[in-house]
Design a protein around this ligand. Structure first.
Ligand code: MRU
Length: 408
């Protein structure tokens, strides 16, 4: 029986290290990464081994805790410790620019360290680990609350379209947009999910499809350019996406392609929901025009990356791969910049390939996110409740007020 419990935890603390599922290779390879230094966490963030706004917030917090208990363990002066911790938090926060949760997680740890400076250094290091783990636990709690609030918006028999991966893997656990879908599915309200593949990094095809399959939620995978005709055919009842940063006026930055879906949803009279924790709301930015949009490696657009496991089906094939990899990873030189690396992995062999699709020597534009103006957003589902336009007031009270919020 498929079960939500089969979805692995995204990131955790184990034996003084930060462990994470390498999402850059899922679902064909289920490698774990063990980060022994905060620089390792930075590398995992940049390489998208860990990604998704809330998961980045948790990674930032655990990265700071990891620094405090490794490099920071050699510093015995509190002022020097805090000064270096500030630098480390800044370095982690700068690894990717758009998802505000990254800076939020780093800043919460930084503030916590300064507020608890009197505890003594040894005690402070332990407290920092506990604080990072609290951030991780709170994230899951928030997502479950988002799931409950969001599921109330879903009509029985709904066919829901989602983009990118705002699932469990994009958070500590459970997910935001997928959290709503998981909860609504448990309530018997989901007829099916349309999963956008989400070029260029394919978080929809690789991660959302994987999570929904594990959880037993019915879905169909589509390419991004199919959404319009599916909506026109009357096959979509709601769109739900996550967010990387929400400005004070309700403008939403999310995975590239989100804006197009929002415009299409409005044209077809389909509600367009955004599910995100309040840690994704950035009240310091007046509008989405101020959100920095990350531009990524042109190779994501020029070609496709594929990873998998080779399982030789004969002794002779096994011998051939053994010979290829006996001295470590073997790089297969392929024509026109294509490249494949084969590496021994236990009893099997792992391959990582990048295959050029477009011609060489051309220009590429590769923004990873876009901004959807608030006017296209039917409602924003937070852990504190559902907020609707006018967003300035509603978001300010959701983020700064106390207690639950109700429909505004
Ligand atoms: O580039 P990514 O994979 O980090 O982008 C992720 C998204 O855009 C998600 O939709 C967003 O972070 C919300 S995750 C709950």
């Amino acid at each position: 029986m498929p079960s939500l419990d089969d979805i692995p935890r995204t990131i955790w603390w184990q034996d003084g290290r930060v462990m994470l599922v390498d999402q850059s290779r899922l679902p064909l390879q289920g490698d774990l990464l063990a980060c022994n230094t905060y620089e390792g966490v930075c590398q995992a963030i940049k390489g998208m081994a860990v990604r998704g706004a809330p998961a980045l917030g948790v990674a930032a917090a655990l990265g700071v805790a990891l620094w405090a208990t490794t490099e920071g363990a050699d510093i015995d002066d509190i002022d020097a410790f805090l000064a270096r911790l500030d630098e480390v938090a800044g370095e982690i926060a700068a690894t990717r620019p758009t998802a505000v949760n990254l800076a939020w997680g780093a800043e919460r740890m930084r503030r916590f360290a300064h507020d608890n400076a009197d505890a003594g250094l040894s005690e402070l290091r332990d407290l920092l680990v506990q604080e990072a783990l609290r951030i991780r636990a709170e994230d899951e709690e928030r997502n479950r609350a988002i799931g409950a609030h969001g599921a109330a918006l879903i009509e029985p028999g709904s066919r829901i379209l989602t983009h990118c991966n705002a699932g469990s893997l994009a958070t500590a656990y459970y997910g935001t947009a997928l959290g709503v879908i998981f909860t609504a599915h448990q309530q018997g309200k989901v007829e099916g999910v349309w999963v956008d593949e989400t070029r260029p990094v394919l978080q929809g095809a690789r991660l959302t499809a994987w999570e929904l399959k594990l959880a037993g939620v019915p879905f169909k995978l589509i390419t991004d350019n199919m959404a319009a005709s599916i909506m026109r055919a009357g096959l979509v009842d709601a769109v739900i996406v996550g967010a990387d940063r929400i400005a004070a006026n309700g403008d939403v930055a999310n995975k590239i392609g989100t804006y197009g879906l929002a415009v299409l949803a409005k044209e077809h009279g389909i509600p367009f929901y955004v599910a995100a924790p309040t840690s994704t709301v950035d009240l310091t930015l007046e509008s989405g025009d101020d959100i920095v949009i990350e531009e990524r490696d042109p190779r994501e657009v020029l070609g496709v990356t594929a990873s998998g496991v080779i399982e030789p089906d004969s002794a002779s094939a096994q011998r051939a791969f053994d010979a290829l990899t006996e001295n470590g990873p073997y790089t297969v030189p392929i024509q026109k910049g294509h490249q494949m690396v084969i590496e021994r992995k236990g009893a099997a062999y792992r391959f990582d390939g990048w295959f050029r699709v477009a011609p060489p020597n051309i220009e590429v534009y590769n923004p990873a996110f876009d901004v959807t103006p608030a006017a296209y957003v039917t409602a924003i589902v937070t852990e504190r409740g559902v907020v609707r336009a006018p967003y300035e007031e509603a978001l300010a009270s959701a983020c700064c007020g106390s207690g639950a919020i109700h429909e505004l």
